[in-house]
Each structure stands twice: as C-alpha cells, then as structure tokens.
Design a protein around this ligand. Structure first.
Ligand code: PBG
Length: 324
C-alpha cells in the first residue's frame, strides 16, 4: 500500500498544516436585530443567545464584532407601526434608517454596514412586497418601493444593501435608482433564496404576522438549475455580491454559485439552522462548539467566502484563541 492517507492525520499540527479550509474573522458577517422603542434587550424564542436590541444598544454588538476582527454587520429592524405598503421601510426617520445612520456615525469606514432591503418587517401582512387585489405579491409595484427604500438607506450611509425579497428584476431596479441618485452603494443580492422552514425562528425575531408562505417568490427546494438561473440574472443586473440562503441544506447550491460567479459568494446560516444545533446541544446530544465549527467550515469549504451567522462573534473569538 503506497498511499496511506492516515500519515497526514497523525497529529493536530500535521492536520493544521494540511487543512484545506480556514475561517478568518473577516469572513464573517453578523446579523443584528433592532426593535423600535425597546427599552431592554429581549431574547428571541428559538434563537438562544440572540436578542432583539434597543435602538442604541445594537452599537455594542457592532463594537464586540469589530473587536474580534469582524468587518461587517447586517441590520434588520422591527418598526412599531406596520401597514399594507410597508411605509416605515422608506421613511427617512424610520428605525432601520436611523440605525444605519447611527452605526455609520460611530464606526465610519471601519465596519461595513449592510442594511436588509425587504418589506417583510414593515408590512402588516408580513409579505416581502405589496399585495394585489387577489392577495398575490405584486412584483413590479414592489420594485418601486424597493427603489425608494434603497435611496433612503443609501442616503443614511449604508455600504451594502441586502436585497432579500426575491422579486424579479430587483437588482437592476435598485441599481438604477441608486445610480440615478449618485449612490455608489453596493448590492448584495440574495440570488438563490429558498422558501425554507429553517426561517422559523427568524419570524419570531422580527415579530412577523405572515400567514401562508413565500412560495410564490422564493425558490423551491427541489430545484438546483433554477438557482443557477437566478444567480446569472442577478450578476447580469449588476449584483456586487451574491448570497445563497439557507446554507447547510444548500451546500450544493453554494458550490454551484462559487463555480458560476465572478463576484464574491456569501451564504447565510439561518435561524433554524442555529436552532437545531442549539436545541440538540441543550439536550446533551451533540457537542455544541464542535458542531458550530463543523458547520461554518463546511460552508466555507463548499465555496462561500462570506458567512453570515448569528454566532459570528463567538466563532471569531474561537479563531482568535486558536481553537479552530
Ligand atoms: C426576509 C428574511 C428572512 C430571513 C432573512 N431575511 C425570512 C424570510 O424570508 O422568510 C431569514 C433569516 C433567518 O432565518 O435567519 N427579509
């Protein structure tokens, strides 16, 4: 036997020497929830260790991320008032816009501020766009509102906009609105976003009133070619980065994305994926830290160069302590 692969597995040092995948704190993006009018941070059901933050308290989370070498945060905001057309999303004095402005004032260019660009937190029905008379999400009417929201968030200083609504032509529409207003803000396009049950706890985080599902605009988990099409469309429309979401049940899609894309690929380890690992480890059924490390490395190995995860600070600390 000439080839004995176990030779390179004999010690931790040897394994580190030949490791093909390394995660660095700057690969990580931290999603943060901000709730309008909240006085104290509030734990989120199904997301142990993750909180709704107050309108200023979230800046501490940004600072903790920065202290560990993380370079970006993604902001989600929950307004006090919702309506049919998500008006607070494009209110220049709205909760998300204010948060972007506060983060930019505090951190300047040290931290990349990504603002989620979608209407679902802001609509009374919880859909990612406006509804037509039959209750169907109206693509092209929604695009007009995304354009307004994009300009308001760019005015506030967002570095990147996270287009997560899965409307057709959203990247081109937002790019056009930004350019028209002389904004060079980048677009992180959720190119391949699946209608997923793994978003369950996120709906608690943003207090969503959604009834039904998002299957008429998010992708069908049975499809792989469809993701390639979505990715190509977004790249052709001017996406600066593309996102695959969720991550762990979609490693094949991440792999396809990294093969097709000439722009950076991000993947989002979503709320339900976090919940599964947290719940199993609370039962004593799996080793929590080892499972988190394995999950995050698998996403990088599949081809994502950016990993969006609620565990970002904890993972960065572990890397900085040489535990990975
Ligand atoms: C919608 C949005 C969702 C998530 C991020 N942005 C939920 C959805 O599409 O239903 C889910 C993230 C997570 O589960 O962690 N703007």
């Amino acid at each position: 036997m000439i080839d004995r692969p176990r030779r390179l597995r004999q010690s931790a040092a040897m394994r580190a020497l030949v490791a093909e995948t390394r995660v660095h704190p700057s690969d990580l993006m931290l999603p943060i929830f901000i709730k309008e009018g909240l006085e104290h941070p509030k734990p989120i059901t199904g997301m142990p260790g993750v909180f709704q933050n107050t309108e200023l308290g979230f800046l501490d989370s940004c600072q903790q991320a920065l202290d560990q070498g993380i370079k970006s945060v993604m902001l989600f905001a929950i307004p006090l008032i919702t309506d049919e057309i998500g008006s607070e999303a494009y209110n220049p004095a709205g909760v998300l816009t204010k948060a972007v402005r506060a983060a930019k004032a505090r951190f300047g260019d040290e931290l990349v501020i990504v603002a989620d660009l979608c209407l679902d937190e802001f609509t009374s029905h919880g859909h990612c766009g406006v509804l037509d008379s039959k209750g169907y999400v109206d693509n092209d009417e929604t695009l007009k509102l995304y354009q307004k929201m994009a300009v308001v968030l760019a005015d506030a200083g967002a570095d990147l906009l996270g287009l997560s609504g899965m409307m057709d032509n959203q990247v081109a529409s937002v790019r056009e609105a930004l350019d028209h207003n002389n904004h060079n803000t980048g677009i992180m396009a959720y190119a391949a976003k699946y209608a997923s049950s793994f978003y369950g706890p996120f709906r608690n985080a943003v207090e969503s009133n959604l009834e039904g599902n998002r299957k008429s605009y998010q992708q069908d988990y049975r499809n792989r070619l469809e993701a390639s099409n979505e990715i190509q469309l977004d790249l052709a429309q001017g996406a600066d980065l593309i996102m695959v979401k969720p991550a762990l049940s979609y490693l094949d899609i991440i792999s396809d994305a990294s093969a097709i894309s000439n722009k950076p690929v991000a993947a989002y380890l979503v709320s339900g994926e976090l919940a599964m690992i947290e719940a199993a480890s609370q039962q004593g059924w799996i080793n929590r830290e080892a499972a988190i490390a394995e999950a995050v490395h698998s996403i990088k190995r599949a081809g994502a160069s950016i990993i969006c995860t609620y565990w970002a600070i904890e993972i960065a600390k572990a890397i900085n302590n040489d535990e990975y």
